[in-house]
Ligand binder design. Sequence first.
Ligand SMILES: [Zn+2]
Length: 63
Amino acid sequence: MKPKYLYYPRTGKLHIEGYCGYAKNCDCFSFATEAEARAFAHGSVSMCKKCQNKRDKLLSEVK
Ligand SMILES: [Zn+2]
């Protein structure tokens, strides 16, 4: 299952669905890829630290 990227315009943060407490049932935009979310926000996006760490960990486990 592919995670969804959730962009919060209010905070300018990008989260990944289910990866942290903020990434659910939100007033936000969802995207299939990080690139799409960044394009939508014109690059002014910072990734949530918690979500990023979790993603990095999952990616390193896949290898
Ligand atoms: Zn997050």
